[in-house]
Ligand binder design. Structure first.
Ligand SMILES: Cc1ncc(COP(=O)(O)O)c(C=O)c1O
Length: 414
């Protein structure tokens, strides 16, 4: 049986933004995905349909409120299938950062002075700063695991930092700045050996690889639907016992069923929760199978294959552009990296490069992307940071070619 592929022309027709004209009538090239992906029409329609047909608050005795309750229950079930865990532990919130601050504050109330937390150099600050702040409040110790020369997580350093006081290992499944995939199964095994919780940031992983909290060994996992073709929203998953017992900060009349709801403060972004479910359906539509789980499994297989081809094309195209260094894992080996590339261009400001590309209709990101640890590790100015090119399954070889040629022309003229 041949492996399922992605029909990119068909896929691109679903995304109104990809049809958008930019400079000189040429369509824009969206290589800005790690900052937030584009959204298919089905997601836009789901948001609009919710607002025009079911807009209400929860738990009322009338039809639109009942549909809202159903929608949220269904979205929790979708969230559970999306991460491979139980729907009891799914919570929605405005974004990953806000959810993580709240969850970490809740866990902090159970920790004692001297307890230790491990974070990593690869992490976005949303999975570092909340631990540092909580540690300062409660007298905890935070240790940071480093990286190898290729910007892989340094497992030897992790082993050296784990001990019987370690309560949490907080790490990202993929780096949002340089694309490294971390060895999550091994990290989880080591963390659990000393009785620590595994606290995974899947924000930069979710658009590229299938999440499976059971196989990865996570106790807590967070992601952001706006990074995987949905609307601006955050989602977290906790193991059911944690969801039931962590001392959540909440208003007194708020319900506690299902357990994930304990971490949802105030009225939720219902229309975006509708958009999230539609984004999961969009992803599943790229796969085949007779249920949501198997369609997502096969869709992510196809996404991984397509993105790996694109990553190979980008690496090869960049290889003869003078003065450009691709940081991190060399090559496009799909078990080692996703197609997020942090570039250092000798003597050039990432902001000016990104602006020059932007003027040609090629959208990239520059800066530190809040991945402070890795930008500092690379010895870069924190404000300047990197030029980041992010590949999604909807990108094309022609777009990569256009970007690299514009970069080459700009550098030749500089
Ligand atoms: C790896 C990673 N973690 C966390 C975040 C924060 O996510 P949010 O914007 O949903 O708070 C981001 C955002 O870019 C990210 O890339």
């Amino acid at each position: 049986m041949s492996a399922l592929t992605i029909d990119v022309d068909a896929v691109r027709k679903h995304f109104p933004a990809l049809q958008r004209a930019a400079v000189g009538g040429e369509p824009a090239v969206f290589l800005d995905g790690p900052g937030g992906t584009q959204v298919p029409s089905s997601v836009i329609r789901a948001i609009s349909d919710y607002l025009s047909g079911s807009n209400a608050n929860i738990e009322g005795e009338f039809a639109t409120s009942a549909s809202t309750d159903e929608l949220i229950a269904q979205a929790r079930s979708y969230g559970a299938t999306f991460v491979g865990g139980s729907s009891d532990g799914i919570s929605f919130g405005p974004n990953m950062t806000t959810l993580n601050f709240n969850l970490i504050r809740a866990l902090g109330r159970t920790l004692k002075p001297g307890d230790e937390i491990i974070t990593t150099v690869l992490d976005h600050d949303a999975n570092v700063a909340p631990w540092l702040l909580m540690a300062a409040d409660r007298g905890l110790v935070v240790r940071q695991v480093g990286v190898t020369e290729d910007l892989n997580l340094d497992l030897e350093d992790l082993k050296a930092k784990l001990n019987d006081r370690t309560k949490v290992v907080a790490f990202c499944l993929a780096s949002n700045a340089v694309g490294t995939l971390t060895p999550a199964v091994e990290v989880s095994r080591l963390a659990h050996e000393v009785g620590a919780l595994v606290w995974a940031d899947a924000v930069a992983y979710a658009p590229h690889r299938r999440i499976d909290v059971e196989a990865l060994g996570c106790d807590v996992l967070l992601c952001s639907p706006y990074k995987f073709f949905g609307p601006h929203l955050g989602m977290s998953w906790l193991k059911t016992d944690l969801a039931e017992t962590l001392p959540a900060e909440r208003v007194r009349p708020a319900g506690s069923k299902p357990p994930g709801h304990r971490f949802e403060t105030g009225t939720q972004l219902h229309e975006n929760i509708a958009g999230f479910a539609a984004a999961v359906d969009y992803l599943a539509s790229l796969g085949e199978g007779d249920n949501l789980r198997s369609r997502l499994d096969s869709a992510y297989g196809a996404i991984e294959r397509r993105e790996t081809e694109l990553a190979q094309q980008l690496i090869s195209a960049l290889s003869d552009v003078p003065n450009v260094r691709v940081t991190g894992v060399p090559g496009a080996e799909p078990s080692q990296r996703v197609g997020t590339f942090g570039l250092i261009v000798q003597g050039e400001s990432p902001a000016l490069l990104s602006r020059a590309l932007g003027a040609k209709g090629i959208y990239t990101w520059n800066g530190n992307f809040y991945a402070q640890g890795i930008v500092e590790h690379l010895g870069l100015d924190l404000e300047e940071g990197l030029l980041r090119l992010g590949l999604m399954h909807y990108n094309t070889g022609a777009e990569i070619h256009r970007c690299v040629e514009e970069l080459r022309l700009h550098l030749a003229a500089a």
